[in-house]
Write a protein that binds this ligand. Structure first.
Ligand code: 13P
Length: 295
């Protein structure tokens, strides 16, 4: 079995194109975090912590978050500016998260995103395959493509989804009909806060990975216990996505600050009071995934 391991390979000069990041997978087991961004501060804090920890990172941007920030061009300009002004040297993949249409994928590619997730999970299986291929045809060699099969549950960007599990057969069939770089199977993880203990189908994950050799993506990483996350990485997860826990870490500190500093109205002080809370969460996931020091 080939373990997709994301080590050594992240030295910037080695990354001839982004696909190499996934293709040059070696024998150690670790995964790259995807941290979702919501605004300038989020992007800045995440880039700073990844640089400090020498971890490569996918900066996840949902289409709702991109709209909130002004649009795809704003996001690309902002992230490029931050990378330059903050002297970020670790590989940063600006990734469109859960795009539900070809047009959204096209706009993000045109703006300069490095990596695209087309999420056709709400359409029929055949339509999912068709649009995934259409998006693929639009990408250049330097962009990565992620697709989802089954349905990851929970709520993302205010849109609720019922969980629907991916099977090994479906994964094999989908991969025989598409050409993608990462697959997000729905194996029990959900976006947002878990109701009860997360129950991840680690055995199916392992089977899919062993039979297809495809880098797998874990959505809904927040709230999954450390041991399960580690097991998932061992079983084929190469990218794990986190959003909610970063928000919770930030929110806890901001609440405390506001409660103790009611007279402070400077937005820079209010927003940045959550900086350490957010950074601590990101740092912890970098450690758990084993991506610390890999860039
Ligand atoms: P959480 O918000 O549950 O961490 O999930 C994030 C995610 O999967 C983004 O695609």
């Amino acid at each position: 079995m080939t373990n997709y391991v994301l080590k050594h390979i992240f030295k910037l000069e080695d990354v001839i194109n982004l696909r190499d990041i996934l293709l040059k997978a070696k024998t150690e087991k670790d995964a790259i975090p995807q941290f979702n961004i919501n605004n300038l501060e989020w992007a800045k804090y995440i880039l700073e912590v990844c640089e400090e920890e020498k971890s490569p990172v996918f900066l996840g941007v949902s289409s709702g978050a991109a709209k909130y920030m002004g649009g795809f061009n704003v996001v690309v300009g902002m992230v490029n500016g931050l990378k330059k002004d903050l002297n970020i040297t670790v590989p940063v993949m600006l990734h469109l998260d859960h795009a539900t249409s070809y047009e959204l994928c096209k706009s993000a590619v045109d703006a300069g995103f490095d990596s695209i997730m087309y999420d056709g999970s709400k359409y029929s299986y055949e339509e999912n395959i068709e649009t995934t291929n259409k998006v693929k045809a639009y990408l250049t060699n330097n962009q990565l493509l992620e697709a989802e099969i089954g349905k990851i549950g929970g709520e993302e960007d205010g849109i609720a989804s019922e969980l629907y599990f991916t099977t090994l057969e479906e994964a094999k069939d989908f991969l025989s009909k598409t050409s993608i770089d990462m697959l997000a199977p729905a194996l029990g993880s959900v976006h947002g806060i878990y109701k009860g203990e997360p129950n991840i189908k680690l055995d199916v994950m392992k089977d899919i990975f062993e039979e297809t050799n495809m880098p797998l993506v874990l959505h809904g990483g927040s709230g999954i216990p450390e041991e399960t996350l580690k097991k998932a990485v061992e079983n084929g997860i190469c990218k794990a996505n986190f959003n909610t826990e970063l928000q919770l870490g930030w929110h806890k500190d901001v609440l405390e600050f506001v409660e103790n500093n009611e007279e402070v109205y400077d937005p820079r002080k209010v927003i940045s009071s959550g900086e350490q809370g957010l950074k601590n969460v990101a740092r912890e996931y970098i450690r758990i995934l084993g991506s610390k020091g890999k860039a």
